[in-house]
Design a protein around this ligand. Structure first.
Ligand code: GTP
Ligand code: MG
Length: 497
């Protein structure tokens, strides 16, 4: 019994001496100097350890922030180039997704082409009937009033009547394509109801659409599987897809059959004279493909990257796009981009997205200094962009949001000025400055900068790029700089945390 107790006492004594404490315990014969040195060493080691901990904490926060998607909102009036900028992001950073979607743009491009032809036929019909019709396109002094053009039927011959007759099937093709692509194909109508540039008060009823033209295009995606009869693919049965395919083939056949007549009507001198008399600059509007008829009006047409960027399909509501970067250091990182409809009546939906955006890319087309809004022909388009920009800069919810301005459509600005259009006729304050693209762009840039300074509720940097977003190479460089800037801000926030 006693021996057992002895063993127990020895074991309990051994376990009470912690080997670690023993190892780090100061030597029993430590002098005062040695003690001071040891304590300094220990304090230094603790500081290094704390620093490492802090660094790990920050890295974790940055990594977490990095994983959080970056959110970017695209704003600007209708036809300013928002959706086209988004397409550029996709083309540059998510090429696989872009390639998958590219073929489905064929129907939109066909519709754009057919629409231009039908527009010409409308005017030709009016001229042949001798009826004075058509609202002036861009008459500066009309303040939205309807002005009539008088027909010149004498310029036309039997050839024009025949062309008109032979191109009639394109009316049905337009109707069919519009029906299949949905409401995004409708362009806004001019209205006399007063509208304001920035009605940013959120509406009570609001739907965030994640479909929009994506849904329209999905119907035109090539079929994934040819095997099962009733397999569902994108919410459509094989039978539905086959029906759509038949209709698409039929439209393509009709368009191909009209190829030469489309070319003839577009190259005809009397027709060109008619369009210029009516100030119809079809070639300067979005979705213009009449110069590419020989390439597009063929049975096996597949859109090029450039065709897709030039295609016009209106954005309805607000559409959310998820991008996963496919390459580079950001590979796998997700960005959410929001594309909105820019017509005045669609702007109410914008404010719902103001509170949690990392950045806003605001597009202002500067070639539009002498044009009117399609939805309200009393309003100058540049003036509308100024009002919108002031409202965005001055919005309290956006006080800390990075604003990036794209002064877009510089290519069209250059073209317009070369054709002899004078800026001072529409913008009197431009006065007698040189009427060339660089002077005009510099002048407008300064105006936007002054407004940013005057209306922003807190001081903010002015980021501005002169762009032509249908130029993919130049835009890729701009987007690279934009992306870096947005990421830098995003990570600075993370460091702050
Ligand atoms: N020439 C030229 N055309 C452009 C430029 N940017 C856009 N476009 C064309 O203008 C048309 C309208 O562009 P979108 O990107 O659809 O305009 P949006 O701002 O999205 O318009 P909404 O959806 O109605 O708000 C398209 O056909 C584009 O190809 C540009 O810099 N130069
Ligand atoms: Mg759009």
């Amino acid at each position: 019994m006693g021996r057992t107790l002895d063993r127990f006492d020895t074991a309990s004594l051994a376990s009470s001496v912690d080997p670690l404490s023993q190892a780090i315990a100061p030597p029993p014969d430590e002098t005062a100097r040695e003690k001071a040195e040891r304590e300094a060493r220990e304090a230094n080691a603790k500081r290094v350890s704390d620093e490492i901990d802090e660094q790990l904490r920050t890295e974790r926060a940055v990594a977490k922030k990095k994983r959080k998607p970056v959110k970017v909102l695209l704003l600007g009036q209708s036809e300013s180039g928002k959706s086209t900028t988004l397409k550029n992001f996709q083309l540059t950073y998510a090429f696989k997704a872009w390639q998958e979607e590219r073929a489905s743009w064929r129907a939109v491009i066909q519709l754009n082409l057919v629409r231009s032809v039908n527009q010409i036929l409308d005017i030709l019909t009016a001229e042949l009937n001798g009826s004075p019709t058509i609202i002036d396109q861009d008459d500066e002094d009309d303040e939205g009033a309807i002005t009539y053009h008088h027909a010149h039927p004498s310029s036309f011959t039997e050839k024009h009547r025949l062309l008109k007759l032979r191109l009639t099937p394109l009316r049905r093709v337009q109707r069919d394509l519009e029906q299949r692509l949905g409401s995004a194909t409708e362009e806004p109508c001019a209205t006399n109801t007063p509208t304001v540039a920035a009605p940013f008060e959120p509406q009570e009823f609001y739907i965030r659409s994640t479909t929009g033209w994506k849904a329209a295009l999905d119907k035109f995606k090539p079929r994934l599987s040819r095997d099962s009869k009733d397999s569902k693919d994108g919410g459509m049965t094989t039978a539905m897809r086959e029906k759509l395919q038949r209709e698409a083939d039929e439209a393509t056949q009709i368009i191909a059959g009209c190829r030469e007549d489309m070319q003839s009507i577009w190259e005809d001198k009397a027709i060109r004279e008619m369009l210029s008399r009516r100030k119809m600059m079809l070639e300067n509007s979005g979705g213009f493909f009449l110069n590419d008829v020989d390439r597009i009006a063929v049975a096996n047409y597949t859109p090029s990257d450039h065709d897709v960027l030039r295609a016009r399909l209106r954005t309805m509501g607000v559409q959310e796009y998820r991008f996963t970067f496919e390459k580079g250091t950001e590979s796998g990182h997700e960005w959410l981009m929001y594309d909105v409809g820019g017509t005045r009546t669609l702007r109410q939906a914008w404010a719902h997205h103001f509170d949690d955006m990392n950045a806003i890319i605001f597009l202002a087309p500067i070639s539009c200094f002498d044009e009117k809004l399609a939805e309200d022909r009393r309003v100058n388009r540049l003036e509308d962009s100024f009002l919108l920009w002031k409202a965005v800069c001055g919005n309290k919810l956006l006080a800390k949001t990075q604003l990036i301005l794209f002064l877009n459509k510089c290519d069209l600005l250059e073209k317009k000025l070369k054709a002899g259009v004078r800026v001072k006729d529409s913008v009197p304050s431009f006065a007698d400055r040189a009427n060339n693209a660089s002077t005009v762009a510099k002048y407008f840039k300064q105006k936007f900068k002054d407004m940013s300074k005057q209306y922003s509720t807190e001081p903010r940097p002015f980021y501005c790029h002169l762009t032509s977003v249908i130029d993919t190479k130049a835009t890729a460089i701009t987007l690279g700089a934009v992306r870096e800037g947005i990421l830098r801000e995003h990570l600075r926030d993370a460091d702050f945390i």
